[in-house]
Design a protein around this ligand. Structure first.
Ligand code: PLP
Length: 817
């Protein structure tokens, strides 16, 4: 094996890049006529860039594997990567030479980039966080390996039929994925079903083994993760399920060869599709299989490497390995590491537990009870019998510890038990994660605090030192440098280009915020950035946004707690005002919504239908359209956000207080100079803190106000007393937006009127409308608005995922920076 560490590396000259492009196009891909270039040119370019990643990748790996180096494994069921081509060009600094080379083919880089499909291997914020983290880890030069699943079908494609969401499968791998390298030599075997057998080993010790299992192979596909201009390339390893060959043989002998081969599908089902639920779990067996498949394959992978270097000596395993669990989805890793250490490597329980609990760290992403995973013990026992033994043993020892600490407090023991008792027993995955980890973190200051006083209060009392906060961030490479080159150039001219690696340099903008000449240039950039967004909305929604209007945007998964409904009620209120001729103090607005609803979430899908129906009425009324436009952009994904956030004036972050753990969309918008209208929730609070109350439109109840407010106020009374809200409800209730489909919006009307409405839509309506009126006033004063916009970007440094990852490295991972 080539052991050279010097970077040699293929030249980036236009000549060399041109030659490589030709070679890949003609020889690797076998293309000969240049009028059939579509798509293939994208692949040829990706392969040309991949060649340049390879040496850097090999050297990064070599440095991390020759001797023990402390490393971190980021375990996540989701990595919402989006496109890789433009990101690789940016991070390898190849734009100039590639543009030069493409000129030779008569191709434009933008057109080729648009041929790449998004890798949509995630639902929303949680999956995109994992992708931003991978970029920051590589850029900071940290030895962090991502482990995930290579879903054949990623997040579904969304379109609308008569305003209703239609889901279509996203076969993103069709046409090949030029970024992945299959590594069949590192295939692992994952077991399911069967039973536990006890036996005495050679030294007479009672041991367990898992027998009569049905096995599935895990084949790794590696994706390169380039750091920003630092010659580092980290690895994202995605597992694909494949059938073993053994069972075929038995069936073959029975004469059912074809049926036996067809059975392969059963095994390969495991990695077929991403579950499209964001912030809710649906308890399907296949999902549990996916979770165990990821945990087991990844742990076996790490242990195999360990054994290669250290033999069967696991004493120091925890000094060199750390697993970060992205939510509870990969939490079976706790039980699986115990199993591997005890059953396969002959380590005793106490030592195995010491190693495990010094190795695992858990990130919580939600306070919503419906999102907390629990698996029926019955299902768990059937699918993973040996793992269930281990979970029960972990729980028995844990409950003994609780009993020792709080003698006689049996209620507390029941509350804290990993096993929920009742008609049906469940395994509480969050509790297993807490008990098995040395670190538990939330993702924004408020969220982490609420965890210790609410959901995990008992655990906080037992282990206060485990709990910590790591406020989320986003990578400024994708979410500023790449997506907003116009602003990037202006920043370079104004404050130099140090901000690209050290975002705190954006602070240098502050003195320029009052500079009229600079304000003008800043405004021009925003207006220019609106043009591609206007094009997209026109193309996808057949709606014309005016560049002179205020761009008011809410894009994110559709969920009641995110309150797209409150946004729509505001639009209906504006519509009502304008049709009455009351346009005093208004500014022309273009309201953009986007986001997918989980296919089984009926109310979220109805909210999409309502938005589309309201859009039809608003946009076709000629007295209204000079003032107000509404569009729902179909198929919101990473690539659409790259066009949306640079052109946005106003970022809607309007979740019910205490429900949004952090949010990261809020950070992308702020970085690109949008002002936020938002509740006191998640990372909004930290954004407000950083930018100051003058540059943020705060509204709504705070989390501590909600319980007493609910006792004293009834939604129907609020509606009756608020003239504007009453009119909005009347428009909804008289069927103004559903003339030909009477009654379809009744479920929505009922949630707003529900005295029990936990999302507080009616309760926050007045405060929201007033804040929106403040927005109108602020936008009319261009100098004031632009000043705020500049200050938002200037204060966005702390929302770089580089800052977040530096904190993980220092506080949890103990990796030197
Ligand atoms: C950033 C991002 C999210 C998260 O948005 P929130 O507003 O924080 O919910 C979801 N989906 C995509 C495609 C994103 O880029």
């Amino acid at each position: 094996m080539d052991d050279k560490e010097n970077l040699p590396i293929l030249s980036n000259s236009v000549e060399q890049v041109t030659a490589d492009l030709h070679r890949h196009y003609n020889f690797t891909l076998g293309r000969f006529d240049s009028d059939d270039m579509n798509g293939y040119m994208m692949t040829a370019l990706a392969l040309t860039i991949r060649d340049r990643l390879m040496d850097r990748w090999r050297i990064t790996k070599l440095r991390g594997s020759r001797h023990n180096v402390r490393k971190v494994m980021y375990l996540s069921l989701e990595f919402l990567l989006g496109r890789s081509l433009s990101n690789a060009i940016l991070n390898l600094d190849m734009e100039e030479s590639i543009r030069g080379a493409l000129a030779d083919f008569g191709s434009k880089l933008e057109e080729i980039e648009s041929d790449e499909k998004d890798a949509g291997l995630g639902n929303g914020g949680l999956g995109r966080l994992a992708a931003c983290f991978m970029d920051s880890c590589a850029t900071l030069g940290l030895p962090v390996i991502g482990y995930g699943i290579r879903y054949e079908y990623g997040m579904f494609h969304q379109s609308f039929q008569e305003g209703r969401q239609v889901e279509q499968p996203d076969h993103w791998l069709i046409g090949g994925n030029p970024w992945e390298i299959e590594r069949p030599g590192h295939t692992r075997r994952v077991r399911f079903y069967g039973k536990t057998e006890y036996y005495n080993n050679d030294s007479g010790r009672l041991c367990a083994r898992w027998i009569n299992t049905q096995d599935v192979l895990a084949v790794p596909y590696d994706m390169p993760i380039p750091g920003y201009k630092n010659d580092k390339v980290n690895t994202l390893r995605l597992w694909k399920a494949a059938a073993t060959d053994e069972f075929n043989l038995q069936e073959f002998n029975a004469g059912d060869y074809a049926d036996a081969v067809a059975e392969k599908n059963l095994a390969e089902q495991i990695t077929m599709v991403l579950y499209p639920n964001d912030s809710s779990e649906n308890g399907k067996e296949l999902r549990l299989r996916q979770q165990y498949f990821l945990a087991s394959a990844s742990l076996q992978d790490v242990i195999a490497d360990w054994v290669m270097l250290n033999g069967e000596e696991f004493n120091d395993f925890d000094q060199f390995n750390c697993f970060q669990l992205n939510d509870t989805h990969p939490t079976l890793a706790v039980a699986e590491l115990m199993r591997l250490l005890i059953d396969d490597h002959g380590i005793g329980w106490d030592e195995a537990w010491r190693i495990t609990t010094r190795t695992m760290a858990y990130t919580n992403h939600t306070l919503l009870p419906e999102a907390l995973e629990k698996w029926p013990v019955r299902l768990f026992r059937e699918l993973l019998p040996r793992l269930l033994d281990i979970v029960f043993e972990i729980n028995a020892r844990f409950i003994a510890e609780v009993a020792h600490r709080w003698p006689g407090d049996t209620q507390r023991q029941q509350r804290m038990s990993i096993i929920e008792e009742g008609d049906e027993q469940y395994v509480r995955m969050a509790y297993l994660a807490i008990v098995g980890s040395f670190s538990v973190n939330g993702v924004a200051a408020l969220h982490s605090q609420l965890l210790t006083t609410g959901l995990f209060k008992d655990f906080y009392e037992l282990w206060p030192d485990k709990f910590n906060n790591k406020t989320n961030g986003v990578t400024p490479r994708r979410w500023l440098s790449h997506c907003n080159p116009n602003l990037g150039s202006l920043l370079n001219e104004a404050i130099g280009d140090g901000w690209r690696t050290d975002l705190t340099e954006l602070e240098k903008l502050r003195p320029l915020a009052d500079d009229t000449e600079f304000q003008k240039r800043w405004f021009d950039v925003k207006q220019r950035n609106k043009l591609p967004l206007i094009e997209r909305v026109k193309d996808k929604c057949r709606v014309d946004f005016s560049v002179d209007s205020l761009f008011d945007v809410q894009v994110k998964r559709i969920h009641e707690y995110k309150r797209q409904l409150l946004n729509i009620l505001h639009v209906i209120h504006l519509y009502d005002r304008i049709t009455r001729g009351d346009t005093e103090g208004l500014v022309p607005r273009s309201v953009l919504l986007g986001g997918k609803a989980a296919p089984g979430y009926a109310l979220a899908k109805l909210i999409i239908k309502l938005a589309n129906n309201v859009a039809t009425v608003v946009n076709s009324d000629e007295t209204v359209s000079p003032w107000l436009k509404l569009a729902f952009l179909p198929n919101y994904r990473v690539t659409s956000m790259e066009v949306i956030c640079p052109g946005t004036d106003l970022s809607e972050q309007i979740s019910t207080a205490g429900k949004e753990a952090s949010g990261t969309g809020n950070m992308k918008f702020m970085m690109n100079g949008a002002l936020t209208i938002g509740t006191y929730d998640g990372a909004n609070i930290e954004i407000l803190d950083a930018v100051g109350a003058d540059n943020f439109f705060l509204f709504g109840l705070r989390v501590e106000d909600i319980p007493s407010f609910r006792m004293q106020h009834d939604a129907n009374a609020i509606i009756a007393e608020d003239h504007d809200l009453n009119r909005v409800m009347q428009l909804l209730e008289c069927g103004h937006f559903n003339m030909f489909e009477p009654g379809i919006f009744d479920p929505i009307i009922q949630t707003v009127r529900n005295p029990q409405d936990q999302w507080m839509v009616a309760a926050d309506f007045r405060s929201f409308i007033d804040a929106q009126q403040d927005v109108n006033v602020a936008y009319k004063n261009r100098s004031r608005w632009v000043r705020s916009s500049i200050l938002n970007t200037a204060a966005s440094a702390q929302f770089s995922s580089d800052r977040t990852i530096a904190e993980y490295a220092r506080d949890i991972w103990k990796l030197p920076l």
